[in-house]
Each structure stands twice: as C-alpha cells, then as structure tokens.
Ligand binder design. Sequence first.
Ligand code: FES
Length: 138
Amino acid sequence: MSRRTGVAASALRFYEEMGLIASVRTSGNQRRYPRHMLRRVSLVIVAKRVGIPLADVQEAFASVPLDTTPTHEDWQRASRQWKKELEARRQAIERLEHELVGCIGCGCLSMKACRLLNPDDALGQEGAGPRRLGPLAD
Ligand code: FES
C-alpha cells in the first residue's frame, strides 16, 4: 500500500485509526490492506492536496463500506454528500479571488476601500476573522 500510494506507513496507520481505511492482520500480526483501499487512500491524497480536512473526508467516507469493495452506487452516495462541501469551498475560493484587491474586513484597514467598508474596523465587533469573506471552511 505504501509503495503503490506513496503514503508513509505511519500515515496509513493514522488513516486507519481515523477509520478512513481498514486492514486485515496476518498470522504474524502484519497489516495487509485490501486492494480497494488504494482508492480510498488516493482520494485522501487528493483531498489533502486541495485542502480538505481529514475530518471532512471521514464524513464523506462514512457511508462507503470498509469491509467489502464499494460499489459504484456507494461512491455515488458519498459523492453527492461531498459535492455540497466542495461547492462551499469553491464559493469561498471565488470570494477570496474576487476580494483579493478589496477590503476583506480583516481589521488591517490597509486598503482604500477599508474606510468605506470597514470604518475603524467596525466589522471586528461581529467576531474574528475576515468578516467580508463570509464563513470559511476550517
Ligand atoms: S482589508 Fe483588512 S480591514 Fe479592509
């Protein structure tokens, strides 16, 4: 598994502890991963690459069986759930891209627009973070 995915054995153990993947033990107590776990680990790698927290991956994988090779329908079900999360992230990235040259309500007051959109950091009264970017995923 480690050789095929490029993921360190320690990371695989961590994913297993999180319930993202599962292994079976040999009589010598060595871990053996069923072939279908390659897909799960690969999806974890991609998710990490695009900044999706493992907890969210865990949630998305929750409905996909660990003990048998998942069916196309199993992955479709997980995909439908994940699409909502990915859409929220895509919107947050678009907001960030759009607001990169404007006031994001972070309290810095360093842009011309801050005087108008966040005078004296009034938005700081609403809470922490860049208030004009809306709720951001962790
Ligand atoms: S960009 Fe920071 S408060 Fe406007």
